[in-house]
Every structure is written in structure tokens, then in C-alpha cells.
Design a protein around this ligand. Structure first.
Ligand SMILES: Nc1ncnc2c1ncn2[C@@H]1O[C@H](COP(=O)(O)OP(=O)(O)OP(=O)(O)O)[C@@H](O)[C@H]1O
Ligand code: SF4
Ligand SMILES: [Mg+2]
Length: 330
């Protein structure tokens, strides 16, 4: 397999009463090896459910109704959607890890840091000795720039700051050398200076460990600082995708332009806070035409009648908008 992860035609649905409602609609993604890939979009666009589907963690009644997620694992190519619960559990952490927005809720308050790092190691390496585990945990804490790692191992979550906790979460996520790290809004709960440090740390770790990262965020500023490629999600679909330089330099989709205007600071330049008027239509309330039509300043009549297809506006740059192509979604 050329890529680390290949998602094809992914559809996620849920049940609302007796009705099946679509939440994610035919998403294709290729994550290259050693690449940092950004998924960006406003709240409710389908970013987290995509990450949860990759890890087999969709909560009932959400389910993948169609599609495939192929992954180039340490033991060869695998279809993640066909793994048993047991196989998926063994892939989590060892192959694919996830860090979440709230470090405080991901760590257990009643165990100290050493116990939690120990547990992550024991699950995949039951044969490892106590002293090997301690050495590995200390090494990981040093790698994420935790000062006084010995003292930190003995600490409980409430004794540590938000930034330290997020560093520890990253250390735990990387402790078994996964090839893919999913980071779902990993810095939103942190203050701006700490955010920048954590993002830099994730970049450094990616370089050192050959890990690919999928960075999920609502903030294009975070994407600009951390990612090589980016997919913009809107109402359960990809509306624009390109490498980061192309996406920022030649932004094509009106929604991405709106997100760009909403970025508060980019390259040190401060901007006035802007929000795109209106809200993302939730699953079950999508129109047959362009899903962004109600909020788009450039909306034309045909935008309400048919859905634009995701087409290649320039090599490697995809956009779903009638301003760039007449092609209609089949
Ligand atoms: N457990 C659930 N039950 C029902 N609907 C859900 C559930 N989780 C997510 N959804 C719906 O799926 C859609 C996509 O949600 P998702 O959590 O992926 O959004 P998101 O892009 O991650 O947003 P945010 O930026 O707020 O995290 C939303 O319409 C949401 O309401
Ligand atoms: S297709 Fe039409 S409504 Fe949709 S983003 Fe393009 S111009 Fe706006
Ligand atoms: Mg989310």
C-alpha cells in the first residue's frame, strides 16, 4: 500500500426514532506515510465521527453504513472496518493512537502518572519488566519536555497543569510507537502560549518518530502551523482539499474563505474576529443542492437545485463548488 491510510466512500449514519439519518457522506481520504493531515470545519461537520470510525469507537446508534478504511499496519495491509473488537483493541495504541481535547477527562484521577503509563505499556507488552516500563515511561516524559520526569511519574492528574497533562497524554499516545496519531482538538482547552508549545512538540515528534498525524481542528491557524495537507469538512462532506500552501494561497471554496476570515491570527498578524453567519445544517436537514447555499454570499440559482461534485480545480486541489466546475454529484 502506498499510503498509510486510505478511506473510501465512508458513510456514517445514526438512528433518529425509526429513521436512519446520514451524518457523513461519501468521504475519501488518503493519509500518506509520515504526513501531517488536517481535518478542519465548524462544529458538527463530522470531524470527530470520522476519527472515531477509524478507531472503531463510534457510539451506538452511530454506524459505518458503507465504505472502507484500509490501513498499512506493522503486520501488513488491513481493512479496519472488518477487524474484530479484539483485533481493534490490539491495534489501538500500538498502531493508531488518539489524543482528545480534554486531557483531564482522558486521564484517570485516581491513578498516578506512572500507573497510567504502565497500563498502556502492559497491554501491548505483557512481558516487559517493571524497570523496563519505568525507563520507557521516563524516556517518553523527557521526549515531551516534561521537567522533573521522576517527580511527574509519582504525580496525580490534579497536581498537574493542563499543558503538562496534555504532554502526558501525548507521551501515553506515543508510548507504543503507533504509526498514526489522531489528535482531536488537542489544544483547544489550553491557553494560547501552551497551545503553540504543544503544536510545536507534535511537529517535532512527528519528525523524530515517523508518525503520521491527523490533526482535527476548527481553526485554520492550527492547520497552517502543523499540517502539510488539509481537508475542509462541511455538513458531512469534504468541500475542499489540497496541500496547505495551495489551500491558503489559492483558496477556492467560499466556505474555506469564510473559515480563513475567522482565523484570529495567522503568521503573527492579528485579525478581527469574524464568524460565518448561520449554522451548519445537521444530518437529516441537508438540502439536495449545495449544503453551504444558505450561508454562501456567492449562492446562485443552480446551487439550490443540484449538489456540486468534488472536482480537481488544479493538480491535487479539490473543490466542491459551481464557481469552479459545472459538474454535478452523481
Ligand atoms: N453520539 C451521537 N449521537 C447522535 N449524533 C451524533 C453523535 N455524535 C455525533 N453526532 C452527530 O454527528 C454529526 C457530526 O458530529 P461530530 O462530533 O463528528 O462533529 P465535529 O465536526 O467533531 O464537531 P465539533 O467541532 O463540535 O467537535 C453532528 O451532527 C452530531 O450531532
Ligand atoms: S456551489 Fe454555490 S452555494 Fe455552494 S459554495 Fe459554491 S457558490 Fe456557494
Ligand atoms: Mg469533534
Amino acid at each position: 500500500m502506498e499510503n498509510l491510510l486510505e478511506i473510501r466512500d465512508l458513510k456514517i449514519t445514526t438512528l433518529r426514532g425509526k429513521n436512519t439519518v446520514k451524518l457523513l457522506d461519501k468521504v475519501d481520504l488518503d493519509i500518506k506515510k509520515k504526513c501531517s493531515f488536517g481535518i478542519v470545519g465548524e462544529s458538527g461537520c463530522g470531524k470527530s465521527i470520522t476519527a472515531n470510525a477509524i478507531l472503531g469507537l463510534l457510539p451506538y446508534p452511530l454506524q459505518v453504513s458503507e465504505g472502507s478504511i484500509r490501513y498499512d499496519s506493522k503486520d501488513g495491509e488491513k481493512e479496519l472496518l472488518k477487524l474484530s473488537k479484539k483485533e481493534m483493541r490490539s491495534a489501538r495504541g500500538r498502531e493508531i493512537s488518539m489524543i482528545f481535547q480534554e486531557p483531564m477527562t482522558s486521564l484517570d484521577p485516581i491513578f498516578n502518572v506512572e500507573m497510567q503509563m504502565d497500563e498502556a505499556l502492559t497491554f501491548h507488552h505483557p512481558q516487559m519488566s517493571k524497570s523496563e516500563k519505568r525507563e520507557r515511561s521516563l524516556e517518553m516524559l523527557r521526549r515531551v519536555n516534561i521537567p522533573r520526569p521522576e517527580q511527574t511519574l509519582a504525580s496525580y492528574p490534579h497536581q498537574l497543569s493542563g499543558g503538562q497533562l496534555q504532554r502526558i497524554m501525548i507521551a501515553i499516545a506515543l508510548i507504543n510507537d503507533p504509526r498514526l496519531l489522531l489528535a482531536d482538538e488537542p489544544t483547544t482547552a489550553l491557553d494560547v502560549t501552551i497551545q503553540a508549545q504543544i503544536l510545536k512538540l507534535m511537529n517535532d515528534l512527528k519528525e523524530q518518530n515517523d508518525t503520521s498525524i491527523i490533526m482535527i481542528t476548527h481553526d485554520l491557524g492550527v492547520i497552517a502551523e502543523t499540517c502539510e495537507e488539509v481537508a475542509v469538512f462541511y455538513a458531512g462532506q469534504i468541500v475542499e482539499q489540497a496541500n496547505v500552501i495551495e489551500l491558503f494561497g489559492k483558496t477556492a471554496h467560499p466556505y474555506t474563505l469564510g473559515l480563513l476570515r475567522a482565523v484570529t491570527s495567522l503568521g503573527g498578524e492579528s485579525r478581527k474576529l469574524y464568524t460565518i453567519p448561520g449554522i451548519v445544517p445537521p444530518g437529516g436537514q441537508w438540502s439536495q443542492g449545495c449544503r453551504f447555499a444558505d450561508r454562501c454570499e456567492k449562492c446562485m440559482e443552480k446551487c439550490r437545485q443540484a449538489m456540486p461534485a468534488l472536482t480537481e480545480a488544479a493538480p491535487g486541489h479539490y473543490c466542491r463548488c459551481f464557481l469552479h466546475s459545472e459538474e454535478v454529484e452523481a
